[in-house]
Ligand binder design. Sequence first.
Ligand code: ADP
Ligand code: PEP
Ligand code: K
Ligand code: MG
Length: 580
Amino acid sequence: MAQTVYLLSPPTPTRSFSMLPLPSPSPSIARLPRRRPLPPSVPQYKPLRLPACRASATPTPQPDLGLVASENGASSRSVAAIDVDAVTEAELKENGFRSTRRTKLVCTIGPATCGAEQLEALAIGGMNVARVNMCHGTHEWHRQVIRQVRQLNEEKGFAVAVMMDTEGSEIHMGDLGGSASAKAEDGEIWTFSVRAFDSPLPERTIHANYDGFAEDVQEGDELLVDGGMVRFEVIEKIGPDVKCRCTDPGLLLPRANLTFWRNGVVVRERNAMLPTISSKDWLDIDFGIAEGVDFIAVSFVKSAEVINHLKSYIAARCHDREISVIAKIESIDSLKNLEEIIRASDGAMVARGDLGAQIPLEQVPAAQHRIVTVCRQLNKPVIVASQLLDSMIEYPTPTRAEVADVSEAVRQRADALMLSGESAMGQYPDKALAVLRSVSLRIERWWREEKRHEEMELPDIASSFSDKISEEICNSAAKMANNLGVDAVFVYTKDGDMASLLSRCRPDCPIFAFTSTTSVRRRLNLQWGLIPFRLGLSDDMESNLNRTFALLKARGMIQSGDLVIALSDMLQSIQVMNVP
Ligand SMILES: Nc1ncnc2c1ncn2[C@@H]1O[C@H](COP(=O)(O)OP(=O)(O)O)[C@@H](O)[C@H]1O
Ligand SMILES: C=C(OP(=O)(O)O)C(=O)O
Ligand SMILES: [K+]
Ligand SMILES: [Mg+2]
């Protein structure tokens, strides 16, 4: 039978990158001691060890991936190759299908992790998406990080996606005149001012980046730094200066964000009128498009309108690939307009850091649950972010409460968990990632063993008859997969939609998603349960299947007799079969 095989692109020349210069002096992590210091005898964190699943073992990357590494490290792909990374391959070989991790992991890259070796260690440790936060660092710094991630993908077969996170029009402190931090003590009087200062700053003075700051605050207001890590009370306004008394002492970090509260609610005056995407953000977005990022996360989204605007802006500039737009839910307005925002976006982030400064902290868990649920129903990937393992910025062991928080996000079946300071500037980025990985594996496994299938009602979301068919196929295939106890579902997908629809059903078995496009493969890497492969696809499903079986069997990733369900968005079919 005739078959069209789309050949792989020619080998890409390699570049070598040296360690990145740090954008600012490496932050000394002189934070406040954890309130209840660990007794010296507390054992170091040991990843949970599962009997049948060597989840905690870091698989050794193996060179032969159908990627032939030449002497200078350049890679050339053999024509019959399938793109998969060494870590996935090793996990599949060692642990089998059932034990692969379903929850995806996002790491914020910062001074602690911007070197090539550190990035590779994160990729080996399970990082699916690298996030760069445009609040910090220069374009040159971010460019180096993005290019190093791309090089890692090209040379080692990883599919680590890059997410750019905009600064947004938040109110934040200035740079502390070059100091890494400043300590505010109980009762001290500090001045927050919109005036520009030369460094060093006058003593106990903080610059606020928002011109209307002094006009908008009132005496008696409560000023929260970094979502409440440090608190002040406004005692006097003198022109552009606002004098405040420290009520909750703590460490002030450069560019920490500022919110003020009056009578128990957050004050949203003129700053609520500032554009969600500032002129600086548009420049950053142009930069992100030029550098080929996979996701743009938009800070402080208030309505669906801004998402639609950004999506058409991107569509007009990127003709050959897509960039997914992720709405960060971190303000009262974003909660009010949650459904329409999520419908307009390609995914969402529960940005608990700022959210916890805008609504009472005790409301954050319910908000998280609602956001995760709505995203799942509307088939949009959702990331749970901020302070998951905050104490691991300084300590090699998480608190029990942190492990419980991570477990809850996994139990809710969020698509992804995110590290912020833990990986950007913490002392134990790899250990923090290992904790996310082993807790995810353990909870996912417990969930399956207990047969706690999701009871969640998934509403119809298709917008056309053809989409409706895909949706029904995926719902049925996921149900069949659970009932038959199949080893894996294989989905052949051009643009990833069918893989997403399957992921939405959260089946018990992993989903092998085969796509012919490298950028689709990277974007699928954010979604729950998907193991994305890049493979030249033909229009003939039978030949695709036979090639996949041959390639995966040759590498020991599947075996004869394994039971799989295969779906294709080209044929809109379901097949159940044993691997020949
Ligand atoms: N590109 C960077 N350069 C320097 N420091 C960074 C960078 N990215 C993140 N960080 C550090 O890591 C911390 C946590 O990252 P993140 O949560 O993304 O930022 P923020 O605290 O501003 O919300 C930041 O406060 C900052 O100290
Ligand atoms: C992820 C968040 O956003 P950022 O780190 O950019 O403030 C957050 O606020 O939780
Ligand atoms: K940001
Ligand atoms: Mg935020």
